[in-house]
Write a protein that binds this ligand. Structure first.
Ligand code: NAG
Ligand code: ZN
Length: 422
């Protein structure tokens, strides 16, 4: 249900805040089918949640494996997923495969596992039912029809965040609260993302743009949605009010740091700290700053992954841009930068993204880790991937390149699979 009145905005912050444009898409496609399959998806989620409960007990070794109690195929998948979790801290972790093996529950499964690894449930005396309810809401409020900003991206950022929290420079210094906030912020940092960017929301006069006065519109919405879900699930309701309020504020500060328009501000501060060698990780405020940087790194680390994973993310993010461009064309709006499929090729977009955003940030992160084996691995992938996109870019003329045709094929396939999965 679309909410247009300003009075109701805060109340429905968590749900029903999809932009107008999404409804238009729904109306142009077979609406009847959407409704039916929506119910089917909910039932499917419920079933996989039950399977997950069983799996999580299996993963923690609480119940002996009893053959025949579950469908053999499910056992087989969950066995493979459990095996993957034993390597969750490795940089070539394949989150796409993990998401398939967990039946689309990568974010919930990963978060529960990491909370167990760190003993966070015990430390914060969390209620398992509330935790599952909260994580289920977060995962569900990502839009699975977004090619990029969906729950798999959230799971990927969370996995990267875990790798960064384990960095020797950092691991010893972090408190359970730091780890809890870092993982929570990573999991929720793009929740309910509409699949279009802030300028689009501003020029279509979306209610979120006026609510947040054209500033960090999406990030504010991700944060406020997270707070809404925290309160609705009651996950922190057993903690003193000042503690849970502080947690909500810190989550906000972490999630708002992912606003890419504030990139330079963070980069310059980080560089200055490294130049002056004045970071003191005994100080909570300095650890918070490093968590902000770590989350920013995790959010844009796609080009630092092995090519096969990196390429898939690149195609997905460009597909999301092009869809925005198609909407802008359809509604006679100016086409945003990077969103014109005819003019902006995937390699060109990636080279720009790597050169202007990713490389400058990871060079400083590399320095911060002094440099760690993981940082060296990431820089290696980054340089190789950039060179590979350069070859792809200059090997062809810009418009009808091999990548464009490949991309069209992928677009076609994902459109088809969307019809099946919605
Ligand atoms: C947000 O941007 C729109 C379009 O440029 C403008 O009309 C509106 O006044 C702006 N709102 C605020 C609060 O700045
Ligand atoms: Zn993100």
């Amino acid at each position: 249900i679309l909410n247009t009145g300003h009075a109701g905005v805060l109340l429905v912050e968590r749900r029903g805040s999809y932009p107008l444009i999404d409804l238009r898409i729904l109306k142009t496609s077979a609406q009847q089918g959407e409704v039916e399959s929506g119910t089917r998806r909910k039932v499917k989620r419920l079933l996989s949640f039950q399977r997950y409960c069983h799996a999580s007990r299996l993963l923690r070794g609480l119940v002996p494996h009893t053959p025949g109690s579950l469908h053999l195929l499910d056992d087989d998948y969950l066995g493979q997923a459990a095996h993957m979790l034993s390597k969750v801290g490795t940089w070539n972790f394949d989150i796409f495969l993990f998401d398939r093996l967990t039946n689309g529950n990568s974010l919930v499964t990963l978060m529960c596992h990491l909370f167990n690894v760190y003993g966070l449930i015990h430390h914060f005396q969390l209620d398992m039912v509330k935790l599952h309810r909260f994580l289920g809401m977060v995962q569900e409020d990502y839009h699975s029809q977004n090619p990029y900003h969906n729950a798999v991206h959230a799971a990927d950022v969370t996995q990267a965040m875990y790798c960064y929290l384990k960095e020797p420079k950092l691991a010893e210094q972090l408190s359970p609260l730091d780890v809890f906030l870092g993982l929570m912020a990573a999991a929720a940092h793009d929740v309910d993302h509409p699949g279009v960017n802030q300028p689009f929301l501003i020029k279509t006069r979306h209610h979120l743009a006026s609510l947040y006065q054209n500033t960090s519109v999406l990030e504010s919405h991700h944060w406020r949605s997270t707070v809404g879900m925290l309160r609705e699930s009651g996950l922190l309701s057993h903690l003193p009010a000042d503690i849970s309020q502080d947690m909500e504020q810190q989550l906000g500060s972490l999630i708002l740091a992912t606003d890419i328009s504030r990139q330079n501000e963070f980069l310059l501060t980080f560089r200055e700290h490294l130049d002056n060698q004045d970071l003191d990780l005994q100080l909570a405020s300095h650890r918070h700053f490093i968590l902000q940087i770590a989350l920013k790194c995790a959010d844009v680390c796609n080009p630092c992954r092995v090519w096969e994973l990196s390429r898939q993310w690149s195609e997905r993010v460009c597909e999301e841009f092009y869809r925005q461009g198609d909407l802008e064309r359809k509604f006679d709006l100016e086409i945003s930068p990077l969103c014109n499929q005819q003019a902006d090729s995937v390699p060109a977009i990636q080279i720009g993204f790597i050169s202007y955003i990713v490389e400058p940030l990871f060079e400083e992160w590399h320095r911060f880790t002094e440099p760690s084996p993981l940082s060296q691995t990431m820089m290696g992938h980054l340089h190789k991937n950039k060179a590979r996109w350069s070859r792809l870019r200059y090997a062809h003329t810009p418009s009808e390149t091999e990548t464009t045709s490949l991309y069209k094929l992928i677009l076609q396939q994902s459109l088809n699979s969307n019809l099946v999965c919605l």
